[in-house]
Every structure is written in C-alpha cells, then in structure tokens.
Design a protein around this ligand. Sequence first.
Ligand code: FUL
Length: 491
Amino acid sequence: MVRLRLWWCSFLITLTVLFEQVRICSCWNEQTPTPPLPILPLPTYSQIKWQQREIIMFLHFGVNTFTDREWGTGHENPAIFNPTRLNTTQWATVAADAGISLMILTAKHHDGFCLWPSKYTNHSVIRSPWQGGKGDVVRDFVNAATAHGIDVGIYLSPWDRHDPRYGNDLLYNQYYLAQLQELLKKYQNVREIWFDGAKGAQAKNMSYYFSDWFSMVKELQSSINIFSDAGPDVRWVGEETGSAGYTCWSTINRTSLSIGNSSITEYLSSGDPKGTDWLPAECDVSIRPGWFWHESESPKRLSKLLDIYYNSVGRNCVLLLNVPPNKSGLITDVDAQRLKEFRSAINTIFQHNLAEDSFVKVSSQRGGFGPENMLDTDHLWSYWTPKDDGGEKDHWIEIWAKDESFLRFNVISIQEAIGLGQRIKRHEIYADDKLIVKATTVGYKRLHRLDRGEVQARVVRITIRESKAVPLISSIGLYFDPFWHSKFTVT
Ligand code: FUL
C-alpha cells in the first residue's frame, strides 16, 4: 500500500514537472526573440546621430578671405573684414540643397579674428566696417541654419596668432575657456565643436588645458560632439584629402592618442579592433585646394568629389566638406553648383538597389532577425543576424537574380548595426563564385566601387570571414554607378 502511494506521488510529481516544462517552453516560443548581446564599446546617442549625417559642411571664413592667405599673421587690420553682400541664408540654402544637416563655421581661425562680438577681445567684427561694427556673423549663421532645419557646429582655433596672452599657459587657457563659455552660452544647440590641433613652430611650447575645455563644453551643452585629433567624441582621420584607411574601425584606444601628434596619423586612419573607446573618424577636406576662398582657385571636379565620398563615407566615416564663402560673403555659384551636382549624383547612384528585386538567402538566421531586415529603411536597429552557435564557420548572404536575368552592378554597399558594436574584421564578395572583393572592416557603411568595372552575375555572395562576434547586417545593396568609368568591364 505504502509502495503504491509512493509510486503514485512520484508519478504526480513527474507529471507536474513535465507539465511545467511544456508550459515554460510554449511561453518561450511565444516570446519575441531577443537581440544578441552588444560588443563593447558602443557609440553614444550623439555619435550615432553624427554618423547618420554622412556629409556635413565646413565654412572657413574670416580675415584670410580678404587677404588671400590660408594662415593669417594675427596682425590683420579688422577693417579689412567687409563682406558687402554677406547672406547666411544663402549658405543655408546651398547646404539644404545638398542634403546637408550640419554646418560648422570658423568662429575664430589661427589669426585670432572673431566673427562674433566677443567681450574678451576687440579683435573682432566690432572693429570692422561690416554692419557698422554691430554685426555678428555667428548669430546670423546660427539663425539661418536653424531656420532651414540645419544644425550648427563651431570651430574655435586654439592656436591664436593675435592674442598677446598666447604663450602664457595660464592666461591664454583662461582666455580660451572664457570664449568657449561665451559661445556655448550665447548660441544654443551646437552639435559639434572643432578643436584644431594645428600649431605654428613658434607655438610648440604652449600647452592647452584640454580636460578643462572638454568638461566645460559638456557641462554647457551635453549633446555636443567634441572633435579633436583625440576625440573624445569624434577623431580626426589623420589626413586632409578626404580618405580614410581601407581598414577603419570606429574603436580606438584614447590613451594612445594626443592632440597635434603627427606620429599617430596611421593609427587615426585605421582605428583599432582592440580599442576600448568608441571614437569614429571624420574626414575633413575642402571643395577647393585651400580652406579659405581664393579668387584664383576653383572647385574640385565631380569625379574627384565622388572618389572622396567612396573613400570617406564608404569607409565608415563622416565627410566634412569645406565650402568657403567668398569676399562678398556668399558661397560662389560654381561651388554651389558643384555641390548640387554632387548630391544629385549620389542620389542617382543609390536610387535603385538591385538587391530589392532579388532573392536573398542567408547561411542561417536567428529567430526574428531574418534577411528581410537588410532591405528595409531602418539602417540601424533592424538587421539580419545568423544563429550564434559559437562556431568559427563563415556566415554568408546570397543575392540571386530573379528568373533568368543578371545582376548588373559596379557598387556594393554593406552596413553593420553599429548600435550593438562594430564587429566585422574581414569579408569577401563573390560574383558567380569569382572573388571580386577581399576587404576588412565594414562599420556603419562600407561601399565597394569595383575597380574592375561593371559586373554581371546571377548570384552575388557576401561572406563574413572573421568577426568579433556574430555579424549584424542592417543593410545590403547592389548599385550601378553611371559616373564610374573604369577601364575594365568584366562579365
Ligand atoms: C588645419 C588648419 O591649419 C587649416 O587652416 C584648416 O582650418 C584645417 C581644417 O585644419 O589644421
């Protein structure tokens, strides 16, 4: 009898446990699949917003515009600053027409002349005939940009060839910090502040109190991105022709960086897969040979601007393109026209993604994170990811032409869901089993414009050979760039 009771009890317990397991399992199946864990470091909200801008605009304007120089001496007479037709609305219109969402103005360049009426110096617009000394270029710039829905950034040169305090660490740092506070209190919603590392040979011994400056900036405007050779939010790419490293990580070790140090340019250009800081690179380059406007110069050709686009935005960077206003205070028509052509060319190239008309197959998929996520409009939080089985094997995506047709393209685009970290170390692309691209990093956006020219294929395969953790791909694309005239055409 006792035995029977015991048997009956254990039977009931087993049944309950089984029932509970089935219940947990079925609940589990009903739940929305969760994303994989992130791989640190991650971008901040402001860094993601910055990255999504892709192209931003620099405006170098000041006394050099009137003296035909690149670096002023600091001895310029403020009276030479007299832009007779200054119109910041025209600047903003040119930027808006080019699809630009952030403009950065040189409030003070190395010559020390201030485009706003700073109370800490009289070497400024106060002493210029423009608007009878009552004008404020920074104010007009901020107002015009804001009215056009464009964000603003400010460049305030640390190197100052005018101010007598320059050379005295304490006095000059106090002056510089005072101007920073003045600007960031006066002009709201500044999205980027640019700390230029350039210093003339005679100024090498001056030290800047970067920690004080950075802390003050964040205290006054917390959503701002601070740019310098060493970040902390955006890093210099290490050169000024508009080209990032073929390998370009948004991660780097900040402790290995310092401002104005020419021996780290390669490190800046490639970043560091082992880096513990998220510090993406910005590629600054001018539409003209110089940063300031010079009558004798003209804008770069469209083909050059497109090369720059592929080598900067197409290598996981933001392109900061300088378009300098001229002596009259306007962006020159040829520059405005070139910029329009540039935007229209980009729109033309990327208007039709052949992958959208194709079948997409993948090596495997984590539940809820299928290949369709690579073809929607969310290029950040919607992504395909394979099953994470911990194995070392390759993951791949195949794009198949429908029916008996061929995919005809010369550009391939891949984007990683960087909100969960940058992961891909090596990838390859095959057209009908023929290797056409062997590359390294992807990041926010990787564009491969094929040197070998146009390719026609039934199937294109993207293979991820090495990744820090399972890859998360937010977008893939195959495009035909009609502006790319390569010597070779491979079918
Ligand atoms: C450099 C400066 O010396 C140039 O004049 C220009 O402003 C460029 C963006 O940065 O370091």
